[in-house]
Write a protein that binds this ligand. Structure first.
Ligand SMILES: Cc1cc2nc3c(=O)[nH]c(=O)nc-3n(C[C@H](O)[C@H](O)[C@H](O)COP(=O)(O)OP(=O)(O)OC[C@H]3O[C@@H](n4cnc5c(N)ncnc54)[C@H](O)[C@@H]3O)c2cc1C
Length: 289
């Protein structure tokens, strides 16, 4: 018999009281797009806390130095937010490419993080931005940790995602490769954050998804771009570095050959999107030859 109880708090005060009162295991459900997939077992015991009605947990604030995003903010809201697009287009792009319209309308940013799928589309972008999380546990006290230090399923609620302003470079992009154009889980995705001026890159961060258990920083690819002019020679070095990163990440894996070839096209699209050029620009064609 299923001994799980369900609570649906309507505000943060009721949510905190609910967490404090529960002595058994606590589980959360937000959009339900991962938890309710057919065939996946639901938690059998403890308390399932439905976050969908908690007032004040869905917001996007881009006016201050840091960007702050509430845990139940939907992926559709991320994709549509003009303030966010102005400051961090890669996150809007990653959100716009998550699932279908129906999935994006339900799926939440914290659900994407806590589900921790290797192919999760928001994760490489959030890692590249040095995201931090605000968590609350049973005691209801907020604590802030780096996203890279977060472990899912320990009973902590993600109330907020913080993107520190000093780590947000002005140029950013996200690209993904999947078996279909729409509603597809990434076979490989890439996020880029960069300083870029007068045709030259400054500091660069590159992160990949679906190359390991979680997002993977690609230092060789960063070195190939950082401080260099955007020209075919730089792009060729960038593509060689990406291929080397794939080889190092998944040596001997069935998908290694496919991904080391596929990453080239993805890498050129990434740069084109970041600097606002067409991927069919002669520059990229020369690099691909
Ligand atoms: C058809 C389909 C297509 C999809 N396509 C994509 C895609 O293209 N890209 C992609 O990245 N993902 C995709 N997904 C996966 C999914 O939509 C995302 O991971 C989504 O962001 C999960 O959010 P949710 O609110 O629905 O999570 P839920 O299903 O509600 O929860 C997922 C997990 O997160 C935990 N959780 C939820 N909220 C919190 C919180 N605030 N604090 C702590 N833990 C929490 C839950 O306990 C659960 O373990 C797809 C899913 C489906 C079914």
């Amino acid at each position: 018999m299923n001994a799980m109880a369900v609570a649906a708090p309507v505000d943060m005060a009721e949510l905190r009281a609910t967490l404090a009162a529960e002595v058994g295991p606590v589980h959360f459900i937000a959009g339900g797009t991962d938890m309710l997939i057919a065939g996946r077992p639901l938690p059998g015991t403890g308390l399932l806390v439905d976050l969908a009605r908690v007032a004040g947990m869905a917001f996007i604030s881009t006016d201050d130095t840091d960007i702050r995003i509430g845990g139940t903010t939907t992926v559709a809201a991320l994709a549509a937010d003009s303030g966010l697009r102005g400051r961090f287009p890669a996150l809007c792009e990653a959100a716009a490419q998550c699932g279908s319209v129906q999935i994006r309308n339900r799926a939440t940013i914290a659900g994407n993080i806590a589900n921790a799928a290797p192919a999760a589309d928001l994760m490489p972008v959030l890692f590249a931005a040095g995201a931090r999380l605000v968590l609350i546990g049973r005691d209801g006290a907020p604590r802030e940790i780096a996203l890279c230090d977060y472990t899912p399923n320990l009973g902590y609620l993600i109330t907020e995602v913080i993107l520190p302003g000093d780590a947000l470079f002005p140029y950013s992009a996200f690209v993904k490769l999947g078996p279909r154009r729409d509603l597809t889980i990434s076979r490989l995705n890439l996020a880029l954050l960069a300083e870029y001026q007068n045709n030259h890159f400054g500091a660069v961060r590159v992160e990949a998804g679906a190359l390991g258990l979680g997002p993977l920083r690609l230092p060789l690819a960063e070195i190939a771009l950082a401080g260099r002019k955007l020209e075919p020679a730089t792009l060729c070095d960038f593509l060689s570095a990406l291929a080397a990163e794939v080889d190092a990440a998944i040596p001997g894996r069935n998908s290694q050959i496919y991904k080391r070839r596929a990453v080239a096209g993805l890498g050129l699209d990434l740069i084109a999107q970041a600097v606002g050029l067409s991927p069919r620009d002669r520059l990229f064609e020369e690099a691909a030859e």
